[in-house]
Design a protein around this ligand. Structure first.
Ligand code: FAD
Ligand code: FES
Ligand code: FES
Length: 490
């Protein structure tokens, strides 16, 4: 197996190691560095026992984010700052406010999950500048952490009392300077090193990414690795060569235009949803229901779209909003509607030398009414059984334009064309909706699997359109949601 050097910052020191291409960050920590405070539970991003915090410079500021180390490639932290649970306690042994709080609120019993909770709370503490946090903020920050014995009430209490202890904050200016120094030294070292031997590539510019893609079309492209990481940990796949898109500056940008938002494919789900929610605030609860925070901090919008899972959550929404994707290669670029990207189950039109570069999402307009509904067995950190997104433009009580994206009912995320036709030009009233519900239920032939039966999926799809109608009339539809979610679990 090929190895190559990586360097990252920890406790103010540069850690330099030679690491195998396919090594995960968790294995690096536990097996190579013997930092066994970070735990392995599920190995698939679901439990949060392996949570660590990474720091990097974004727009001239240090940004700290909790991530799952079990499904991150070790090489992805090259050039970043890293905190594990071993790094919270101060030199003199005093506990960090996060740890002190967990102790005082009895937030731990067997303790297996505790390092992960501590790191998620550390991420929250830093994000909030050591200030008090609300219950909702605490729940959001802990959405990727599972505890099987303590119960969540004491842990949430701990989150809400962290600010009461002697404050301890990361010296952001110092870390930023250390990161810059490390990067400067890294450039000099790189100039001397035999970069041609590299098998884990982290291009910093789009032009370099496209050159690499053309040169190594068989290489595994990765972004946040929240899908690919599971191929490594669960399917034991190994890759001869990996191209990581997450350092490409152009692809990490969110650009605002008059009529659309252009999101680079390597923008994290956290940042992508923040931009979408700023434009359409009604998407906030949907954004919260996409995985858990550590997955959203690592995973990218481009990875979700390119992976093309039929139950991927962003695609029904993006289809309904009329998003386009831009594919790029050394040969040039092309733009297509998102739904035209897919040709079959996890298959798409991308050529071997192409990458997904941009996702262009039309901005909200005053005549539209849009909603997205996700039906899953758990409220958060769960994959959809069905997802429906509707974007309706009304003029004088008539449907001027209907756009519907659906997930969980076909081999790919799809546009509900027949239902759109059934709504187009019709008065927006209950009788139109009733007819459209029947069309929507009949439009797809979903499968039965562990998440839901085919009959349930079809039935609920129609119900969601009814809910959309009620909400368009000022109803909240919340009682309907609990009915639907209970139905999914049955
Ligand atoms: C615990 C957990 C919960 C999850 N919950 C949800 C959920 O609620 N909803 C949901 O939709 N998904 C969910 N996921 C799946 C996953 O998080 C998302 O699909 C995520 O967006 C993937 O992005 P990534 O950057 O991690 O992709 P990666 O894993 O890095 O890559 C995924 C695929 O996309 C390709 N790819 C990445 N970037 C590009 C590019 N620029 N051009 C071409 N190809 C590219 C890769 O080659 C790979 O085939 C969950 C995953 C986990 C582990
Ligand atoms: S070990 Fe469960 S999320 Fe990583
Ligand atoms: S304290 Fe035992 S799993 Fe959380």
């Amino acid at each position: 197996m090929k190895t190559q050097p990586i360097r990252f910052l920890r406790r103010g020191q540069v850690v330099s190691l030679t690491v195998e291409t396919n090594r995960t960050l968790l294995d690096l920590l536990r097996e190579d560095l013997h930092c066994t405070g970070t735990k392995e539970g599920c190995g698939e991003g679901d439990c949060g026992a392996c949570t660590v915090v990474v720091g990097e410079e974004k727009n001239g500021q240090l940004e700290l984010n909790a991530i799952n180390s079990c499904i991150r490639m070790a090489h992805s932290v090259d050039g970043l700052a890293l905190w594990t649970v071993e790094d919270l306690k101060s030199e003199d042994g005093a506990l960090h406010p996060v740890q002190e709080s967990l102790v005082q609120c009895h937030g731990s019993q067997c303790g297996f999950c505790t390092p992960g909770f501590a790191m998620s709370l550390f991420g929250l503490y830093e994000k909030q500048g050591g200030n008090p946090v609300s219950r909702a903020e605490a729940q959001g920050a802990l959405s990727g952490n599972l505890c099987r014995c303590t119960g969540y009430r004491p842990i949430l209490d701990a989150a809400q009392s962290m600010h009461q202890h002697l404050p301890v904050r990361v010296d952001r200016a110092a870390v930023l300077q250390d990161l810059r120094d490390m990067a400067a030294q890294g450039k000099t070292a790189k100039a001397r090193a035999a970069a041609a031997e590299d098998t884990y590539h982290r291009p910093a510019r789009l032009a370099d990414l496209l050159q690499l893609r053309a040169r190594y079309p068989q290489a595994q492209l990765v972004a946040g690795c929240t899908d690919v990481g599971l191929w490594v940990t669960k399917m034991h796949r190994t890759f001869d060569r990996i191209i990581d898109t997450t350092r490409v500056k152009e692809l990490r940008r969110v650009e605002q235009y008059k009529h659309h938002i252009a999101m680079g494919a390597a923008v994290t789900l956290t940042d992508a949803f923040a931009a979408l929610v700023a434009d359409r605030p009604q998407l906030a609860s949907f954004a919260h229901r996409f995985a858990g925070l550590p997955v959203r901090n690592s995973g990218t919008l481009g990875g979700n779209v390119a992976n093309g899972s039929p139950i991927g959550d962003s695609m029904p929404l993006l289809i309904a909003l009329g998003a386009n994707v831009v594919l790029m290669s050394v040969r040039g670029h092309r733009e297509l509607r998102l739904e035209d990207l897919y040709t079959g189950y996890r298959q798409n039109v991308m050529a071997a030398d192409e990458v997904l570069a941009w996702i262009k999402v039309p901005k909200a307009v005053p005549t539209e009414f849009s909603r997205v509904y996700k039906i899953s067995k758990r409220f958060e950190d769960d994959i959809s059984a069905v997802c429906l997104a509707v974007n309706l433009h009304l003029k004088d009580g008539v449907v001027a334009q209907a756009s519907l994206g659906v997930g969980g009912v076909a081999a790919t995320p799809v546009r509900a064309r027949k239902t759109q036709a059934a709504l187009q030009g019709k008065p927006w009233n209950q009788s139109t909706v009733k007819e459209a519900m029947q069309v929507l239920r009949a439009e797809f032939s979903p499968i039965s699997d562990m998440r839901a039966s085919a009959a349930y999926r079809s039935e609920v799809l129609g119900n969601l359109l009814q809910r959309f109608w009620l909400e368009s009339q000022g109803g909240s539809g919340s009682s309907l949601e609990s009915l639907v979610v209970e139905g999914a679990a049955a």
